[in-house]
Design a protein around this ligand. Structure first.
Ligand code: F6P
Length: 417
């Protein structure tokens, strides 16, 4: 008889993080694990004995399908950094005591590079003490900055939303072009990696010119050069649309968002909350060039837009969830499931596993030769890489004109009960 599985979600959510949870749950049941417990608010909540038996919440296939279509972290998430083992053993003793109490055999953590730090530390501790639990990471982040894996679940859907919104923003701006010069700056998430910002280039096609300039955080940003380029463009056309990463910084490494107020808050991993880059630049352009400007910060919309999720992404998220259970069931620990691209046309991928020590805390950025020479756009190789990941659509289940989601916390919530 197999023991139990414990699964948690950690870090910033994505439109498909719950599809991975569904994959973990379904595969664990199919492989004969007794129970699947879900940590409430990741490892931080678990240490306070906050967990649920998922069988009490996911009752049938319909709930599972709804879960796949539900944005945000269904279980709740956290940004919590475990201490180094030699700095505070008591934290680990507490966690492993709880794991034994719940008869946990497999621990799955769905998260990004910071969350893989948790898998690394827990699997190291288990090795050190001979504990029976196995620890497997399930990749997730809209930022697409995890090492080794071809890409991360969550990225394709966010890229699809960004490209779609960019098209719509350009359409809107074009409507006002008659005798009225205007500049729109779109701010896109991704921290120090420009994968998401680069995806705005997918907006260009037969019906849309795409953004005029795209600034990734891989290249240092100079405000004066930027304003001069906008000025130049406004001499040739009336509407200018620019996509900027939230993480662009000057040559000294200071983030542009740090020139505004509101970026002082830091999370447990020391990352500042990035916000305000587009507003700052829009203000500078308006002051220096005297034209109408608008700043659009896509903010949480880009990671919560389940209505715009890519089917490829939903399916891969589900598959990597299942692959974590398979890997652990076959004896793996201290690893993360990775996606391997088999072919581009037709697009095919498979899963593998990789040592989490090579992945935790590392950041994969856009290669320099996928960014144009001027540093204000992306090359065709970049688009060839992203395009397959935004394909297909998963229809929402609509109720009263709105997509239906699965909710754990709402009282009186009834769908399938
Ligand atoms: O880690 C993913 C991410 O979406 C980053 O792109 C972004 O900088 C960060 O999360 C924002 O996190 P929060 O909403 O916690 O400020």
């Amino acid at each position: 008889m197999k023991g139990n599985v414990l699964v948690g979600q950690s870090g910033g959510p994505t439109a498909v993080i719950n599809s991975s949870l569904a994959g973990v749950y379904k595969t664990a049941m199919e492989r004969g694990f007794t129970r699947v417990y879900g940590m409430r608010y990741g490892i931080q909540g678990f240490m306070q004995e906050q967990y649920v038996d998922l069988a009490d919440h996911i009752k049938n296939e319909l709930d599972l399908e709804l879960l796949k279509r539900t944005p945000s972290a269904y279980l709740g998430t956290c940004r919590y950094k475990l201490p180094e083992i030699h700095d505070d053993k008591s934290v680990y003793e507490r966690i492993f005591e709880l794991l034994d109490k719940l008869d946990i055999e497999v621990f799955v953590y769905i998260g990004g590079n910071d969350s893989m730090d948790t898998i690394r530390k827990l699997s190291d501790y288990a090795l050190l003490t001979g504990a029976r639990q196995r620890f497997v990471g399930c990749p997730k982040t809209i930022d697409n900055d995890l090492a080794i894996t071809d890409h991360t679940p969550g990225f394709g859907s966010a890229a699809k939303y960004i490209a779609t919104s960019t098209k719509e923003i350009i359409c809107d701006a074009m409507g006002f072009s008659y005798n009225k010069k205007n500049v729109t700056i779109i701010e896109i998430m991704g921290r120090n990696a420009g994968w998401l910002t680069g995806a705005s280039a997918l907006a260009a096609g037969e019906d849309c010119e795409g953004p005029d300039m795209i600034y990734l955080p891989e290249i240092s940003f100079d405000v004066d050069t930027f304003v001069a380029k906008v000025k130049d463009l406004l001499e040739k056309k009336d509407v200018v649309v620019v996509a900027v990463s939230e993480g662009i910084h000057n040559a000294e490494g200071k983030y542009i968002c740090e020139f505004t107020s509101g970026s002082e808050t830091k999370d447990a991993f020391g990352h500042i909350q990035m916000t305000g880059t587009a507003s700052y630049l829009a203000q500078v352009v308006s002051q220096q060039l005297g034209c109408k400007t608008r700043a659009v910060e896509l903010s949480t919309l880009q990671r919560a837009a389940a209505h715009m999720a890519s089917l490829v992404d939903v399916n891969e998220a589900f598959a990597v969830g299942g692959a974590t259970i398979k890997a652990a069931d076959e004896g793996a620990s201290g690893v993360m499931v990775v996606i391997e691209r088999v072919s581009d046309d037709p697009y095919q991928s498979t899963t593998g596993v990789y040592d989490v020590h090579r992945i935790a805390n590392a950041e994969k950025v856009v290669p320099r030769d996928w960014i144009n020479k001027e540093g204000d756009g992306v090359e065709e190789e970049f688009l060839d890489y992203v395009r397959p990941l935004i394909q297909g659509h998963l229809n929402a289940m609509m109720v009263s004109g709105l997509p239906r989601h699965l909710s754990m916390d709402l009282k009186n919530y009834a769908w399938s009960k």
